[in-house]
Each structure stands twice: as C-alpha cells, then as structure tokens.
Design a binder for this molecule. Sequence first.
Ligand SMILES: *Cc1c(COP(=O)(O)O)cnc(C)c1O
Length: 389
Amino acid sequence: MQKRQVYLDHGATSPLRKEALEAMLPFLQERYGNPSSLHSPGRKVRTAIERAREETALALGAEPEEIIFTSGGTEANNIAIRGAAQARRGKGHLLTSSVEHHAVLDVCRELAGEGFEVTLLPVDRYGLVSPETVARALKPETFLISVMTANNEVGTVEPVAEIGALARERGILFHTDAVQAVGQLPVDVREMKVDLLSLSAHKFNGPKGVGALYVRRDTPLTPLYSGGGQERQLRPGTENVPGIIGLARALTLAVEELPEKSRRLKALRDRLIEGLLAMGDAVLNGHPSSRLPGNVNVSFNYIEGEALLLGLDLEGVAASSGSACTSGSLEPSHVLMAMGLGLQLARGSLRLTLGRGNSDGCVDYVLAVLAPLVDRLRKMSALYPGKQS
Ligand SMILES: *Cc1c(COP(=O)(O)O)cnc(C)c1O
C-alpha cells in the first residue's frame, strides 16, 4: 500500500485555511499601524479590527461590544472564570464538570485553594452532565456554572441550553468552553443562554494564539491584567491584529460551511467508528449520537493507546491518545476515568479527529493500516486472552 500522510488530530489543532492567511498577510506587512494610534495608518487598522469584531459577533449571535479578543481558548477561560470570581465581594460557590479542559479545571482548583467552594459535577458513562445533576448541586452561594459545549477528548455534546436556562432563572452566571464546538456545531449565545463563551481560532482553521471571549452585556468581570485599555481592559496590550483578522475570516467561513461540513464529517466519522469497532474488543468512548461531527474515540482492550499512536505515526497517520495535553504523561485521561472506564480501557484509547482536509480515502487508509497494527500489538500483549490465533 502506498504510504500517505493523513492528519486526524483536528481536535488538537487544525491547519490555517488559505482565505484566513490571505486576509492576514497585509497586517503582517504594510498595514502595521497600532490600532490605538490617532494617525491614519493606526485608525485604518482600528477599523479592520472593529469589522472583525462585528463579523465574530454576527457568527455567534452576539453584539460587537460583547466580544473580547484574547490569546486563545486558555486565556479566554481564565479571564471568564477567574474574572467572575474576583468580581465578587467575598467568596462563593462555583460548579464545573469533571470532564472540562485543564484550562478550566486548573483555574477552578486554584480558586478552591483561595477559599472558593468548588463542586466538580460527575458525568454519566457517555460523558454527559445532566441538568438535573447541576440543579441538585446548586447552593444559595452559587455564582457561576462552567460546563463545556462539547468535550475535546470524547466529543460528547453537553446540554448547555438547558443548563443555561436553569442558571439564568436563578441569576447565576453561566460560562461555556465552546472551543471544540465552534466551527463544528451551530453556536448561538442567545439560544445557549450563556453569559460567557470561549473560543479559539486554531480549532477552526484559523491562526494559533488568538481566540475570543463572549461577555454578555453587564456581566461583572474583574480584569486579570493591568497596563492598557484595550478590549475593554479585559485583555490589555496591543492587539494581535493579524490573528484577529484571521480569526474573523476563518469563523465566518466555518459558519457558512457548517451544514455541508457537518454532514460530510458525520459520514466519515460513522464509517471510521464502524470500521474500528469491527476490529473486535473495542468500545466507542463518548456519546453515540450527541457527538461532535469530527470526533472518533475508541478504546482497544489489551492495547496501550500510546503504542497505537506511535504505530500510526510510522504509517503517516497523526492521531492522539486521550488528549494532546496529557499525552507524554502516564496518567490516564481524567475524562475517561470520570466516565467510569476501567484503567485498562482508559489506557487503550485512541482519538481520531476529522477536519476539512479529510476524505473517504483517509478513512480507508487509516482502517487499512490500523487493522494489522491492532493485531500485532494484541499478540504482543501479555494480557490478551485470544493468543491462540
Ligand atoms: C484546545 C482547547 C482549549 C485551549 O485552547 P488554546 O487556544 O489552545 O489555548 C480549551 N478548551 C478546549 C475544549 C480545547 O479543545
């Protein structure tokens, strides 16, 4: 079989699309004015940033004044959660789920160390946070709920609109980390009833190092940084102009292409899942239907996910085991553990995340190289009971 290069790690990052690059180039070269300057080159760049803010708002169903550009998803999550906590007089109680990205979990853990009360909500075996569980965990002191729109490891799409509704009824702030969802699912901040929403450009074929935080009007947030008035003081410092321009272009196109892309990716995803499960002794992680169009996460019994990942890499396939942020460490994924997977299956997980450049040929190739790899690794595994073959 002809060796190919197949990128199946769009959950970690996605390639910059040509249209976004082209929109950015002038701002890396001749349009270098500082948007805070009063002269004409500066003012022209300011106009471009404000147009990008309008485009970003339009794509999310927000108002332009409600968009803050950040350095990415991690910073947006920090500004949202820590900013909301610090805007309180005194401490209080916040809720988050046990399957959040580290950029949310670590902030919550730090706040717990500073005297805030933090509840980590359990999930079911599909990784779902039920609105009932949220409702039951609320206290009179609860001021913030943070539940992701879709999980980065297993692709489970959470019932955010329902959680948002119960938060709003009670006057509790609701933040969602929508970094995986934007560009893969319809995202509308009004329908989701969120006060704060994080996104990151490099997950939808935009540039790395730039993201945005939606901040609903009148949401109390204390800035984490000092030193400038940019982005309503919530993210001071000279703007990442090319990044912001690229983000808006990539987002607008991603939203336009969403129905078509979603249909295409779902078909590839389902064929991939079917082929992987047919290899035997494998289970699908995450929800079977409430799932990101591009996410496949399967655990193979008796095999280490890391071994599969390295084997695939030799065949030109870029994949991930667990999440990119935890690979390299021996810790099994906190998401899979929270879903109640045994250690064995949690260590055998393989994540394949599809994106724009993938086609049927990619799925065929991965299945063709994976079948013999799984076979070989199983025969080497001391644990595998079917060694007689
Ligand atoms: C990638 C990711 C982040 C981090 O975004 P960066 O822009 O890389 O900082 C946060 N949350 C989720 C769910 C992600 O997938």
